[in-house]
Write a protein that binds this ligand. Structure first.
Ligand SMILES: O=P(O)(O)OC[C@H]1O[C@H](O[C@H]2O[C@H](CO)[C@@H](O)[C@H](O)[C@H]2O)[C@H](O)[C@@H](O)[C@@H]1O
Length: 248
């Protein structure tokens, strides 16, 4: 049995905070373009960024341009596309993988393969592709088979299971690598990493945070390596606000 939310200690002043986006900062929505940024979230992130000396990063499966469209004023670092992209302080987006990918051709192949199932949403990503079956969960097997087929045809890409979706991302990327990369540079270096996330792609990063003496916070249900759990994005927001009021 994992510890209850009330056992989660407040963030300490020497923490480095890593936050996932979908299902963590915002509730899961029917489609990727339908999420709602809760009122107060941009201000909360800005205050945390200021009080933690800039050591706050967003770590998402979304690409950075997409992430930035939801949180245009976020002042900290962003790791996007499951760690395939990195942006420091709103500056240039750096691609962190060496895979030579014809992404347009991958998008076309994915779209062709599911053309007979219009309920499957094809998300064209700069470093991969995602197929979403949330609109019709009975299409899960179709999506899994198509994505396995695409993965077989692209040995430099790996499958990334997600919530009601399956993605392909470049091999060698991952949120664990993003965390390691940021923890090696100021203002993150020397701090204690705390990582909050809700999905499978977050588990490796939470494990890395804990291996570095920090902790992971699982948002929502499901198996996890994290030491702590909070029920939903609203509970995470409350914990962050309590921390800001009491500690930082
Ligand atoms: O790492 P994250 O920030 O959690 O992003 C993971 C993926 O999130 C998005 O898909 C998920 O959220 C959608 C909106 O709530 C939902 O409709 C979908 O079913 C979920 O799988 C996003 O579309 C992906 O690109 C991200 O990789």
């Amino acid at each position: 049995m994992q510890p209850l939310a009330q056992n989660l200690p407040p963030l300490s002043a020497n923490a480095a905070l890593f936050l996932d986006f979908d299902g963590c900062l915002v509730e899961i929505a029917p489609r990727p373009d339908a999420v709602v940024v809760p009122p107060g979230l941009p201000q909360r992130l800005a205050r945390l960024h200021e009080r933690l000396g800039g050591a706050v990063a967003l770590v998402s499966g979304r690409d950075i341009a997409d992430l930035r469209s939801w949180l245009p004023d976020f002042p900290g670092a962003m790791a996007g596309s499951h760690g395939a992209e990195l942006s420091l302080d709103g500056r240039l987006i750096e691609t962190t993988h060496g895979v030579d990918l014809d992404v347009a051709s991958l998008h076309r192949a994915a779209a062709r393969a599911v053309a007979d199932s219009p309920a499957i949403l094809v998300e064209r990503k700069p470093h991969g592709v995602a197929l979403h079956y949330r609109a019709d969960p009975s299409l899960r097997t179709v999506v899994e088979e198509v994505m396995q087929h695409l993965a077989d045809a692209h040995p430099d890409m790996v499958l990334q299971p997600a919530k009601m979706a399956v993605e392909l991302r470049p091999a060698g990327t991952g949120k664990d690598g993003a965390l390691d990369r940021l923890m090696a540079i100021p203002p993150f270096a020397g701090r204690v990493p705390v990582y909050a996330g809700d999905d499978l792609t977050d588990e490796v990063a939470m494990a890395h945070a804990q291996a570095r003496g920090g902790h992971g916070i699982k948002i929502g249900e499901g198996e996890t390596v994290a030491h702590y759990r909070l029920s939903d994005p609203a509970a995470l927001a409350r914990w962050l606000d309590d921390t800001l009021a009491e500690v930082l």
